[in-house]
Design a protein around this ligand. Structure first.
Ligand code: PMP
Ligand code: GLN
Length: 385
């Protein structure tokens, strides 16, 4: 059969397989040390894993409630209240999702329609734009500049129109590691205050933030919280990216709309895992200790490469570090990234794929959520270049 007439109806004709999949495949083919896709190569806590087994043995093996297991929603509510001093009601304002990805897709699908504009700050994680486009919306970009990728609120405000339906922010930011300060969030709050724009705040790295800085969640700002969907990921926080469990919080009226889509997209999420997470979250140390844990890894990695030819600014949050390779080569990051895999056996992510028009910033992104020996091997390669 000639499929071309059918494919003309594609809603995403320009979308290719993600950079994480293509780089990951190449890394495996060349048996490279893989610092590309963001996932830990060490095990999650045995206690958390045995809590899942326990939940299975206790019989939590059928569908979970559509909104998520209530006990987990209660724990999330308490966590947010203790960290950010805002109460989200577990019954009406919190939904457990299939990772942050489903939360993001659902929030966009719930509100973005044909002709709506959605502000996307570039470089941007790759799941926002396809979700906007598949729903008929139009991404409007604010491109930030290397090496700091500092937020430009004047450029941002200049792009808001009466068609702007939603704004997407991500702090701590993947891939740059930049974080939005209290001042940044106040600028955003002032800009959005006279509008009906919805805020989608991707906070999956909420617990990975360095140098004694504070995560300025949208939930801390009254006028932002009123208009926000805040998305988070247990995969990132508890070293279990493969479990794909996350959550979304929003004021009750917005959350009611969100659930209309969520219930028909996935209905509900892995049940025994939700029970395990509810018990595990009772100990705040399980997420609070991430700061020191990852700061040690970041500092070890950066100390190891300080005599290399790479230039860098220590990442402020996330488990990603950008390295500027311009003293080594002025080639495109995709070419350098590929060569690093095929000739030097080290995989990273070229960040041009997150920029407008694939702009080359001479930057590669390295994930340092890795075992000590993996980081040591990566350091040796980076110092040899
Ligand atoms: N947002 C950002 C910025 C991410 O880096 C990721 C990758 N984990 C996600 C969302 C998706 O999270 P999850 O794996 O929980 O779907
Ligand atoms: N969030 C991960 C990263 O930025 C990728 C997850 C995925 O492959 N979709 O590396």
């Amino acid at each position: 059969m000639d499929y071309r007439p059918l494919l003309n109806a594609s809603k995403l004709p320009d979308v290719k397989t993600t950079i994480f999949t293509s780089v990951g495949n190449l890394a495996r083919e060349h048996n490279a040390i893989d610092l590309s896709q963001g996932f830990p190569n060490f095990e999650a806590d045995e206690e958390l894993k045995s809590l899942v087994t326990k939940a299975m043995h206790e019989g939590h093996n059928q569908y979970a409630p559509m909104q998520g297991y209530y006990g987990l929603r209660e724990q999330i509510s308490e966590k947010i209240e203790s960290l950010h001093n805002r109460r989200y009601h577990p019954e009406k304002e919190i939904t457990i999702t299939v990772g942050a990805t489903e939360a993001i897709f659902t929030a966009i699908t719930t509100f973005v329609g044909k002709g709506d504009e959605v502000m996307v700050i570039k470089p941007a994680y790759d799941c926002y734009e396809p979700a906007i486009i598949v729903n008929g919306g139009k991404p409007i970009y604010v491109q930030l500049d290397a090496p700091d990728y500092k937020m430009d609120w004047t450029a941002f405000q200049g792009k808001i129109t009466d068609k702007t339906k939603m704004v997407i922010i991500n702090t701590p930011h993947n891939p740059s590691g930049m974080i939005l300060s209290k001042w940044d969030m106040e600028q955003l709050e002032a800009i959005l205050k006279p509008t009906n724009i919805i805020l989608l705040s991707d906070e999956v790295y909420e617990h990975i933030i360095f140098d004694k800085q504070t995560h300025e969640s949208a939930s801390r700002f009254t006028d932002l919280a009123k208009r926000s969907f805040i998305c988070a990921s247990f995969g990132k926080t508890f070293h279990v990216t493969g479990w794909k469990v996350g959550y979304c919080v929003a004021p009750a009226a917005l959350m009611a709309e969100f659930r209309k889509v969520h219930q028909f997209a996935v209905f509900c999420v892995d049940h025994p895992v939700q029970h395990a997470l509810a018990t595990y979250l009772k100990h705040p140390s399980h997420y609070l200790e991430l700061i020191n844990f990852y700061q040690e890894k970041r500092d070890f990695f950066l100390n190891g490469i300080k005599s290399s030819k790479f230039k860098f600014k220590p990442t402020q949050g996330t488990y990603f570090q950008l390295l500027d390779y311009s003293l080594i080569s002025m080639e495109e990051d995709e070419i350098i990234g590929k060569r690093l895999i095929t000739q030097n056996s080290l995989a990273s992510i070229p960040i041009s794929s997150f920029n407008v028009n694939n702009r080359n910033d001479y930057m590669l992104r390295f994930c340092f959520a890795k075992k000590q020996e993996t980081l040591e091997q990566a350091i040796e390669i980076l110092c040899s270049l």
